[in-house]
Design a protein around this ligand. Structure first.
Ligand code: PLP
Length: 357
């Protein structure tokens, strides 16, 4: 017996975990600096940790009320109806729900290259066909609407990422709107704002008031520091919001995640500390790293270092884990996540040292 033909499917390659690397190097995980997965260097919101602890004793129940409460809280935060908030197990899970709701077998989707790998993985899981649009290094990875429109051939889904992973570039709201306006009414533009809290640019949420062909993706994995719980959400137009009930995996967001999410939303202090440190660290990396870097709206900076695989391996030997961007099709680039005021300088110093060896 065999699974269906999966030859087109590419396994997801996540950044390596701190425990894994510590074991390999025979080091204490405490001695390592991990700036490879755009995680929150301050850890989870302390209010979320309290909520998880106090919820632990009730995980024998299904998360019905908690799910509804979290959707309500997000709806009020974004001034939308509760139905318009699609909760999912991470932003990744929400991408799956959108693909389930929109793709018929053989439908085509348009994804960025370089870009976040899960768009095409999710589309393929749902029998979609993947086409790419190119972000060009020579143009500073800028994202004008023409870049997408020139590649567009009546795709059913278009994925835009702003701020973009791994380059950090942003797409202006006018350009997003133009993509939505100039493509078919049957094309959904998915605006991935996983890093949206780290930029002052406006969210594409405001397009949902006038358009029914735009959806916005957000996550609790980054600014709220809850990546390990897997919690994300989509904001979708009213007219087809009810499709959620027909595509979601029941109780897809677990009880701990629901309560932690509710608490994290209240923890303004943790969010502000995270955002202000990221703003500082982005500048620090760009100023102090002896390499070409690009302006970033996210909690990371892309840098051109020559042989990224070598630089990442050498830095790892010194206890600093950064992301080699070869898997993004940028074998000359690394991506450094923003750390704290202690770990960021250590990472920059280490990368500078290994580059000069
Ligand atoms: C651009 C982008 N979108 C979505 C996600 C999904 O995040 P999660 O599934 O943890 O919510 C990530 C995670 O790194 C990302 O970089």
């Amino acid at each position: 017996m065999e699974p269906r033909d999966l030859s087109d499917h590419v396994p997801y390659r996540a950044g390596r975990g701190i425990e894994e690397v510590a074991r390999e190097l025979g080091l204490d995980p405490e001695e390592l600096v991990k700036l490879s997965s755009n995680e929150n260097p301050f850890g989870p919101s302390p209010l979320a940790v309290e909520a998880i602890e106090s919820t632990a004793g009730t995980v024998h129940t299904y998360p019905k009320a908690a799910h509804a409460d979290l959707a309500d809280a997000l709806a009020s935060e974004w001034s939308l109806d509760t139905e318009q908030v699609w909760l999912g197990p991470g932003g990744d899970g929400v991408l799956d729900y959108l693909a389930r709701a929109f793709l018929d077998p053989g439908d085509s989707v348009l994804v960025p290259d370089p870009g976040f790998a899960y768009y095409s993985m999710s589309a393929r899981y749902h029998d979609g066909v993947v086409k790419q649009y190119q972000l060009s290094k020579d143009d500073g990875f800028e994202q004008p609407s023409e870049m997408v429109l020139d590649a567009y051939e009546d795709q059913r889904l278009i994925y835009l990422t702003t701020p973009h992973n791994p380059t950090g570039s942003e797409m202006r709201l006018e350009d997003i709107e133009r993509v939505a306006h100039e493509t078919s009414e049957e094309t959904l533009v998915v605006v991935d704002e996983a890093y949206g809290e780290f930029t002052d640019s406006p969210s594409a949420r405001q397009l949902l008031d006038e358009r029914d062909d735009v959806a916005v993706l957000r996550t609790f994995s980054k600014v709220y520091g809850l990546a390990g719980l897997r919690l994300g959400y989509g904001l979708v137009p009213n007219s087809w919001a009810d499709a959620y009930d027909r595509v979601n995996t029941p109780f897809s967001v677990n009880l701990l995640a629901c309560h932690a999410g509710l608490a994290a939303l209240e923890d303004r202090e943790h969010v502000e500390k995270t955002v202000s440190t990221v703003t500082w660290a982005r500048e620090y990396i760009r100023d102090e790293l002896d390499a070409r870097t690009w302006e970033s709206g996210g909690n990371f900076v892309l840098a051109e270092v020559g042989n990224a695989e070598q630089v990442a391996a050498d830095a790892q030997r010194e206890g600093v884990i950064i992301r080699d961007c070869s898997s993004f099709g940028l074998p000359e680039c690394i991506r450094i996540s923003c750390g704290t005021r202690q770990t960021t300088p250590r990472a920059v110093e280490t990368v500078n040292e290994v580059m000069s060896e």
